[in-house]
Write a protein that binds this ligand. Structure first.
Ligand SMILES: Nc1ncnc2c1ncn2[C@@H]1O[C@H](COP(=O)(O)OP(=O)(O)O)[C@@H](O)[C@H]1O
Ligand SMILES: Nc1ccn([C@@H]2O[C@H](COP(=O)(O)OP(=O)(O)O)[C@@H](O)[C@H]2O)c(=O)n1
Length: 207
């Protein structure tokens, strides 16, 4: 990692090295990213930041970008990284933590390159929840969270975007040896057993 980009100024204005630990959590829509992130947060010292949740909160907040974000989500399109990265940076700062699960980001090459450029952060590793489309479709159609994009028409568009734009990002990190691929087509408990093994005992929360 470029140490210059990673350097931050402390309260006295002097440069300090701050290297937050970032784990990207990727996988198709409905693969179980959010579910497993909740389990990780219960057991390990990480803060969960879902890019989709941050974007949905931005719509609700009445922000000037709200309508644009809402239209893009309805179409299953990826919101420009400038918007998403600002939300992620703000949430990282506000958390006071230095360990993050960044869920549903980066979703395309533009997301990936911009995050690296703006923050200077490289992920420690990437969790990839691998799940067949039929299973993801079943899960999304019964998610019942009232999401405007959990309808079959938008779901098909999201699958297409995942294959065309998000998988290349996973392949990019795979070539760097950073991807931990997990079979997500199992029960929540079985998937979490595998996830636990990846995080190891080091960051486990005390009972
Ligand atoms: N391993 C699993 N088996 C069955 N259903 C699951 C599993 N993991 C998550 N779900 C359910 O599938 C839906 C999508 O999961 P979610 O975690 O929201 O996925 P993502 O964040 O990847 O879109 C939710 O209703 C969730 O309860
Ligand atoms: N990095 C991101 C993440 C989500 N999004 C948008 O938010 C939608 C929902 O993403 P999500 O991660 O909450 O949900 P899933 O599609 O994984 O179920 C995506 O289909 C995109 O429209 C985005 O534009 N950029």
């Amino acid at each position: 990692m470029g140490s210059v980009e990673a350097a931050n100024k402390d309260a006295n204005g002097s440069l300090t090295e701050k290297n937050p630990t970032v784990v990207f959590v990727l996988g198709g829509p409905g693969s179980g990213k959010g579910t497993q992130c909740a389990n990780i947060v219960d057991n390990f010292q990480y803060t969960h930041l879902s890019a989709g949740d941050l974007l949905r909160a931005e719509i609700k907040s009445g922000s000037e970008n709200g309508t644009m974000i809402q239209n893009m989500i309805k179409e299953g399109k990826i919101v420009p990284s400038e918007v998403t990265i600002k939300l992620l940076q703000k949430a990282m700062k506000e958390s006071g933590n230095d360990k993050f699960l960044i869920d549903g980001f980066p979703r395309n090459e533009e997301n990936r390159a911009a995050f690296e450029k703006v923050t200077g952060i490289e992920p420690a590793f990437v969790l990839f929840f691998d799940c067949p489309e039929e299973e993801m479709e079943r899960r999304l159609l019964s998610r019942n969270q009232g999401r405007e994009d959990d309808n079959i028409e938008t779901i098909r568009k999201r699958f297409k975007v995942f294959l065309e734009s998000s998988l290349p990002v996973i392949n990019y990190y795979d070539a760097k040896g950073k991807v931990r691929k997990i079979n997500a087509a199992r029960s929540v408990e079985e998937v979490f057993e595998t996830v636990k093994g990846i995080f190891g005992p080091k960051n486990e929360k005390a009972e």
